[in-house]
Ligand binder design. Structure first.
Ligand code: FES
Length: 164
């Protein structure tokens, strides 16, 4: 059985020793102690476990670690820099885009994947892009608003305007 012995997670190389078929979510949570990525359905249907592999959002619960071992992995723990929340994290706070918060890490990582692929999405593109992430509390309107806020800030920053 092929083994995976090193990953790049949140910008740093980390040593692991796992079967290549092990779900990425298990490696992150159980081997690396990164429990921000949540276990929901465990079947690729709810999005609670979403992380970035390269620039792409993936369902960590159904992603064999061996298939992404050559790509940088980013989890919710890797977003804040120098004590400052990532703008999309801040936007979720500003718009109160959660109630229980269980889906929030996956929502934010999926939102980041969406904004990477589509930096200035329409509302319809956000709805389509976030289709696979489920919020049992039903805060979808505010989640859309949070992603719009982050996109607006990013577009403004690129245009050289002041970002609040
Ligand atoms: Fe991975 Fe639901 S826990 S998609």
């Amino acid at each position: 059985m092929a083994r995976v012995t090193e990953l790049t997670v949140n910008g740093a190389p980390v040593a692991v020793d796992v079967d290549a078929a092990t779900p990425l979510l298990s490696v992150l949570r159980e081997d690396l102690g990164l429990t921000g990525s949540k276990i929901g359905c465990g079947e690729g249907e709810c999005g609670a476990c979403t992380v970035l592999a390269g620039d792409r959002a993936v369902r960590a619960c159904i992603t064999p670690v061996g298939t992404v071992a050559d790509r940088p992995i980013v989890t919710i723990e890797g977003l804040a820099q120098d004590g400052r929340l990532h703008p999309l994290q801040q936007a979720f706070l500003d718009t109160e885009a959660f109630q229980c918060g269980y889906c929030t890490p996956g929502m934010i990582m999926a939102g980041l994947g969406l904004l990477t692929a589509c930096p200035d999405p329409t509302e319809a593109e956000i709805v389509a892009g976030m289709q696979g992430n489920i919020c049992r509390c039903g805060t979808y309107r505010r989640i859309i608003r949070a992603i719009q806020q982050a996109a607006e800030e990013r577009v403004a920053a690129r245009a050289g305007e002041a970002v609040p």
